[in-house]
Ligand binder design. Sequence first.
Ligand SMILES: Nc1nc2c(c(=O)[nH]1)N[C@@H](CN(C=O)c1ccc(C(=O)N[C@@H](CCC(=O)O)C(=O)O)cc1)CN2
Length: 286
Amino acid sequence: MSSVLIDGKAIGAKIREEIKIDVERLIERGCRPGLAVVLVGDDQASRTYVKNKEKSSTAAGMKSEMIQLPITVSQKDLLDTVDRLNNDPTIHGILVQLPLPPHIDENKVIRSISPKKDVDGFHPENVGKMIIGQTSYVSCTPAGILELLKHTGTDISGKHAVIVGRSNIVGKPMGQLLLQKDATVTYCHSKTENLESFTRQADILIVAIGQAKYITADHIKAGATVIDVGMNRDENGKLCGDVDFESVKEKAGALTPVPGGVGPMTVTMLLKNTLKSAQLACSNYI
Ligand SMILES: Nc1nc2c(c(=O)[nH]1)N[C@@H](CN(C=O)c1ccc(C(=O)N[C@@H](CCC(=O)O)C(=O)O)cc1)CN2
C-alpha cells in the first residue's frame, strides 16, 4: 500500500477524549449535556447507528435519551415528540434518524427541530448560516471530513476538491465548507457526463454516491487525497465504501477506509455539536 491510511477511528477517539473532559467541566458547573435521538421504525442499519450514538454520548458523560417510534407513527405524533424535546431543558441536542418512512414529510420534521438544538445541522437556518460563513451547527459528516483533512495536514487552499454526490446532508454542505477554506470546488452527480474527466483532476476527492466500489484507480490522480463516505455491502455481504479500496490505495496519496474512516467522525462531530449546544444553553444560567 503506497497511500497514507486516514484513521478516522483513532482521530475520532482522540477528539472524543477532549469532548469528555469538557463534558466533565460542564457537569461540575451543574449542567449535563443531553442528546435525544429519535428513531422511527426498525431499519437494521439505522438501529445500529442510533445505538452507536446512544453508547457514544453516554461514554462521553452525556445524558442520552433514545426514543423509538413505530414505523406507522403519524406525522403529528412525531412532530409532538420533537416539540416535547424542544421544550425539555435537559436536552441540548435533538436528532431524528434518517431516512424516514415515505408517509412522513422529512423537511417538515427537520424544520420542527429548534435550530438551537439541531445538532445534525440540517435545519435550513443552520444550513443558510453555514453557507454564508456564520457560526452554526454544521452537518456532522462533512464537519468530520474537515477534521480528518486537518488532522492529516492536507492543504485545502487553492486545491481542486471534487465532490461526487449532491445530497443535502453530505455533498452539498461539503462543497460549501471546502469553498470557505478556499478550495476550488466541482460538484459531480448521477447526471455528470464523463465523470472520470473531473475526478482525475481532484487533489481532494470526496465520494458519497452509495454505489459499492464505484471509484477505481482509473478515476483518480496519483497522490490525491480520497475520502470515502460510502457505506455499502459487497457481493459477500462485507461492509465497503464507494471507493475500490484495493486499487485506489496503490495510487492515492491518502485514503479513508470503510469501516473506520468517515463513519466514526460523524458520531464524534455529533457529540461536539451537542457539547457546544449545552455550553451555549448553560452559559445563560451558570
Ligand atoms: N439524522 C441523521 N441521519 C443520518 C445521518 C446523520 O448524520 N444524521 N447519517 C447517516 C448514518 N449515520 C449516522 O446517522 C452513520 C453511518 C455510519 C456510521 C459509522 O460509524 N459507520 C462505521 C461502520 C458501522 C457498521 O459496522 O455498520 C464505520 O464507518 O466505521 C456512523 C453514522 C444516515 N442517516
